[in-house]
Design a protein around this ligand. Structure first.
Ligand SMILES: [Zn+2]
Length: 440
């Protein structure tokens, strides 16, 4: 009770004093009180980092699924047929955009606040591109195609093959992402045979691109360089952009690393029987030359062509079962046997690319189980695919070679730096811009 009385006294006191002061002082005092109250309110309720408290933008993000169309998705958000027509026309005319890609594109419908109509539509197609539609006034939309700025950094990983290891396991342990390892495999398969050339103690390193946007890692880019201590000597490959803008992989001296043929058409397939001029045939029982190499491959494994060329035979015989034969150039032919079936559209006369699937592994013909029997024929004679000297698809001319050597020296310095300081951020464009291969 004493407290209430005290408070009353204080208020009475203030009232009395307030009555005594003049008008100007009164106004000043009232203003001061209001300002203090506003300041107090701001301190308590105003959050500068999240000023959306006043205007909470509302986002509805829709992932495009198979069967979705732009008009279906817009109509689900309440757009009228006229709006949809206007938006579709605008997108086509100003962003060259016509169809959504299922399972990859997303659409963000943005309202200034939950109770207002949608004022912005962002079509996110991939991590590096989006199209923004902003409503200028009802029925009028502004369209903008935006490329997200890509900051490409150079990443380095190194590892060592341990006892009983595969290159894949060692690569994973070294921290190389699966997608990059597959690319590395594809490239090394031109130069080495993983079954015979990989031994414990071998060291390797891989340099590749990591793409960032606003300091956030988005995805991996290309393999920039590979080094592998193979049995037959160090295998080194560098990605390089030539003066005509085309990109290729080259060894230290600028010779093309991409060979006319792959030694092992199916990546990472185990060799189950090697090339020999004499061996006991597993089915026929008598000694006969094995004119190719057998790779373990479950039935149905896609068989890629070892090189670019033209199909010169496709058929069946008792020994080879279903087989395809390809002529690559005046010197080389390859043959693939025991296929369970041929790839669609692969006929005698068909031109094939390197890596194009020509058929699927099986066990047709004289075969003890599903595998790929692969033959390389050089000038009409069977040769060992794993050891034959293979020509490069393209070697650099004198001008490009000079530029390549300069680029390679710079890259080697960067790689040395990264191997000592793995966390250092080095941007791809810090190397000579003229010779930097462009990102994907
Ligand atoms: Zn065989």
């Amino acid at each position: 009770m004493g407290l209430m009385k005290k408070a009353k006294n204080i208020i009475q006191n203030i009232k009395n004093r307030f009555a005594e002061v003049n008008l100007i002082t009164k106004i000043t005092l009232i203003c001061a009180v209001i300002m203090v109250l506003v300041a107090l309110w701001m301190v308590l309720f105003y959050k500068p980092v999240h000023n959306a408290v006043f205007h909470p933008e509302s986002h509805t993000i829709v992932a495009v699924k198979s069967g979705d169309t732009l008009s279906k998705l817009l109509s689900e958000q309440g757009f009228t047929p006229q709006d949809i027509d206007t938006i579709a026309k605008k997108l086509k005319a100003e962003a060259g955009f016509s169809t959504l890609r299922a399972d990859s594109d997303k659409i963000d419908f943005i309202k200034p606040s939950p109770n207002e109509p949608i004022s912005k539509i962002v079509i996110i197609n991939g991590p590096w591109h989006q199209v923004e539609l902003s409503c200028a006034q009802p029925g009028d939309w502004l369209c903008q195609s935006i490329d997200i700025e890509r900051d490409t950094r150079i990443t380095y990983h190194s590892g060592e093959i341990l006892d009983g290891d595969s290159f894949y396991l060692a690569g994973q342990r070294a921290g190389i992402p699966a997608g990059i390892l597959i690319d590395v495999y594809d490239l090394l398969a031109f130069e080495m045979d993983f079954e015979r050339d990989v031994r414990a103690g071998q060291k390797f390193s891989v340099v590749y691109e990591e793409n960032y946007a606003s300091n956030k890692k988005i995805d991996n880019g290309h393999v920039i360089a590979i080094s592998f201590e193979a049995l037959r000597g160090n295998v080194k490959m560098y990605r390089f952009k030539k003066s005509d803008g085309t990109v290729g992989y080259y060894d230290e001296m600028g010779n093309g690393a991409i060979k006319s043929l792959k030694r092992t058409p199916i990546n990472n397939a185990k060799v189950t029987s090697s090339f020999s001029s004499r061996r006991k045939h597993p089915v026929l029982g008598f000694t006969r030359a094995h004119k190719g190499v057998d790779f373990r491959a479950p039935t149905g494994t896609p068989i890629p062509s070892a090189g670019a060329g033209r199909v010169i035979a496709r058929g069946y015989n008792r020994g080879h079962g279903n087989f395809v034969k390809i002529r690559h150039n005046a010197t080389f032919e390859t043959l693939y046997a025991h296929m369970s079936r041929f790839a669609k559209g692969v006929n005698v006369g068909t031109a094939v690319r390197q890596g194009q699937v020509i058929g699927y592994a099986g066990s047709t013909g004289l075969s003890t189980g599903p595998h790929l029997h692969y033959e390389v024929i050089k000038n009409g004679h069977h040769v060992n695919p794993l050891t034959v000297k293979l020509p490069a698809i393209d070697n650099l001319n004198a001008t490009n070679k000079k530029a390549f050597i300069e680029y390679r020296k710079k890259l080697d310095v960067v790689v040395d730096d990264l191997s000592a300081n793995p966390d250092k951020v080095i941007r791809l464009d810090s190397l000579n811009a003229d010779n930097i291969p462009e990102s994907k």
